[in-house]
Design a protein around this ligand. Structure first.
Ligand SMILES: [Fe+2]
Length: 242
């Protein structure tokens, strides 16, 4: 029988991390109140998406260019600056790329509503800023999901009843959660699956603003092998007349 009371000098190397950036940005209370009022006005009568249990998301209701709304332009500028920093910190040569904010939309959920697990195949980098929350998660935590437990040896080994891996082991994490609070910013790769847990606060509307960014080559440099040319250099193809 193996005895581990005297640990062997084995080094554990945790390889290939996924980088997620967070910041608690300062929010001016008056600005925040105006933004919340504006969003409730933009939401209008629809309150779900369209299932009653699904949060209302502006991108499906024509509200997907908040960055052009005067109440949100400064916030968008702050997020853009931080996405540039995220890219620099993850090793991108900023001289080679152009960054495009593709869409920016609000998500509002009331008690009992969720956002199902998904990712953003239309984008490269995504971000979310919260305008509500008490930091304890009652309005619904953001959940970032691993495709599979990275150290389960073979994908699927840990799935199923009675799996052999300890719950919540730090080297076999299945999900990472963030509790919303006003000003919390999260930046993550758009390919990363995420979801929003149920809003369990009968008194509160959970409010966040999402951002989708796309990287291309700079117009002056032309494309790299797997980086798209700048969209100014694209050619839109007309549909043939039938
Ligand atoms: Fe999303």
């Amino acid at each position: 029988m193996l005895e581990f009371l005297c640990p062997l000098p084995v080094e554990i190397h945790s390889l290939f991390p996924t980088v997620v950036a967070t910041e608690r940005m300062a929010m001016d209370p008056l600005t925040l109140a105006r933004q919340l009022q504006t969003l409730l006005g933009l939401q209008g009568e629809a309150i779900n998406n369209p299932d009653a249990g699904c949060a209302w998301t502006g991108d499906l209701h024509g509200v997907w260019q908040l960055h052009q709304h005067h109440d949100f332009q400064s916030l968008a500028d702050e997020v853009i600056a931080r996405v540039w920093m995220y890219l620099e910190r993850t090793g991108f040569d900023l001289d080679q790329i152009a960054l495009h904010l593709q869409r920016c939309w609000p998500v509002l959920s009331t008690a009992g509503q969720v956002v199902g697990r998904h990712h953003h195949p239309n984008a490269h980098v995504s971000a979310v800023v919260y305008l509500s929350g008490d930091g304890e998660g009652r309005e619904g935590s953001l959940c970032l999901h691993a495709k599979h437990q990275l150290n389960e040896l073979v994908p699927g080994l840990a799935v199923g009843f009675g799996g052999p891996i300890q719950d919540h082991h730090p080297l076999n994490q299945r999900v990472w959660t963030f509790n919303p609070e006003p000003g919390l910013l999260v930046i993550f790769p758009s390919r990363l699956d995420h979801s929003v847990a149920e809003n369990q606060d009968e008194e509160s509307v959970r409010v966040s603003i999402s951002f989708d960014f796309v990287l291309t080559a700079q117009a002056s440099r032309g494309p790299a092998e797997y980086v798209s040319p700048h969209p100014d250099q694209w050619h839109q193809c007309q549909r043939p007349l039938s």
